[in-house]
Design a protein around this ligand. Structure first.
Ligand code: IPM
Ligand code: MG
Length: 365
């Protein structure tokens, strides 16, 4: 039986998780047989058991096929030490399962082309992927310290570090993705100032020569790439970049679509040679939105679409994944909007949006 670990976390996390459970139950009624396990992570876990990343959650994650993660964080946790903060739960899961390939699609649904802060013609029909390296770079590099250096001065150090194999495997993932799409990869780094950028480009090019020459490859400095992303985003297909640049560029890409509340993501590990399977975690790109938490008005689409990515990448249920995407698009076509994408017009709550998606799923089934 396929199994999923649901981690609701903080803020709007529990609300969008409940919405997504209803969608999963729809597929179960149709015979999918998903076994759902729930666990604690982030601030919710810290409040309950004193750590954002409990051992029990790790064991549950080991025992299930994939993780569906909602969101973590909130202002009430700002005073905590770095490794007690809610984000430590998220980073811990990424690192523990070596989920190095973070696929962040930025898709503009036709019905929402006017929700973007960019002109309709710039974003209409947009369908790109930011492929972010997720387990290396400055997020995890050592040393990572703040030390006292006397005279009332402190020194903070983060370390940006990449080994060849880390760049090579994310480059391969980029070429494989592009091959199934429009066949174009743009690699972004800062080789003009960073040694990791120099190695990044070298390894991406070497990997390209090893059997990927059918895919078009170009390179941009990450700052120029950010500018191109807002100037003419449709020039891209797959953008591959490191952990920190990917964090920023994926938020930029998200805004092209009009709402952070729309975008799902998949974080994948390597394919296990014995079982042919890969570890995976699916999560919305947006955060815990503490400002609207508890009011039942959050947009559940990013999390529901994250489940859709799980159908695609972890369970090879491609028809179901397509049906779910179509139901989301159809609900939007009908004019159903949560407040974040309503541009001041009439809006429904989390339940209303979920009802609309479920109605289209049921009609199609
Ligand atoms: C993201 C988030 C995380 C990150 C935070 C919550 C640690 O911004 O997934 O993009 O920086 O990776
Ligand atoms: Mg981010």
């Amino acid at each position: 039986m396929p199994s999923l670990l649901l981690l609701a976390g903080d803020g709007i996390g529990p609300e969008i998780t409940d919405a997504t459970k209803r969608v999963i139950e729809h597929f179960n009624t149709a015979g999918a047989g998903f076994e759902l396990v729930e666990g604690l992570v982030g601030g919710a876990a810290y409040d309950a058991v004193g750590t954002p990343f409990p051992e029990e959650t790790l064991q549950k994650a080991e025992a299930t096929d994939a993780i569906l993660f909602a969101a973590v964080g909130g202002p009430q946790y700002d005073h905590l030490a770095y490794d007690e903060r809610p984000e430590a739960g998220l980073l811990g899961l990424r690192k523990h399962f070596d989920l190095f390939a973070n696929i962040r699609p930025a898709i503009v649904y036709p019905a929402l082309a006017d929700a973007s802060s960019l002109k309709r013609e710039v974003v209409e029909g947009l369908d790109i992927i930011i492929l972010r390296e997720l387990t290396g770079g400055v997020y995890f590099g050592e040393p990572k310290t703040i030390e006292d250096i006397g005279n009332g001065q402190k020194r903070a150090v983060d370390t940006q570090v990449y080994d060849t194999f880390e760049i090579e495997r994310i480059a391969r993932a980029a070429f494989d993705l592009a091959r199934a799409r429009r066949g174009k990869v743009t690699s972004m780094e800062k080789r003009n100032v960073m040694k990791t950028g120099v190695l990044w480009r070298e390894v991406v090019e070497a990997t390209h020569r090893q059997g990927y020459e059918d895919v078009a490859l170009d390179h941009m400095l990450a700052d120029a790439g950010a500018m191109q992303l807002v100037r003419d985003p449709k020039q891209f297909d797959v953008v591959v970049t490191d952990n920190l640049f990917g964090d920023m560029l994926s938020d930029v890409a998200a805004q092209l679509t009009g709402s952070l509340g729309m975008l799902p993501s998949a974080s994948l590990g390597a394919v296990d040679e014995r079982t042919g399977r890969r570890r995976a975690m699916y999560e919305p790109v947006h955060g815990s939105a503490p400002d609207i938490a508890g009011r039942g008005i959050a947009n559940p689409i990013a999390m529901i679409a994250s489940f859709g990515m799980a159908l695609q990448y972890s369970f090879a249920m491609l028809d179901e994944a397509r049906a779910l995407d179509a139901a989301i698009a159809a609900a939007l076509e009908d004019g159903v909007r949560t407040a974040d994408i309503a541009a001041g017009g009439p809006s429904v709550d989390t339940k209303g949006m979920t009802d609309a998606i479920l109605a289209h799923l049921q009609r199609a089934a």
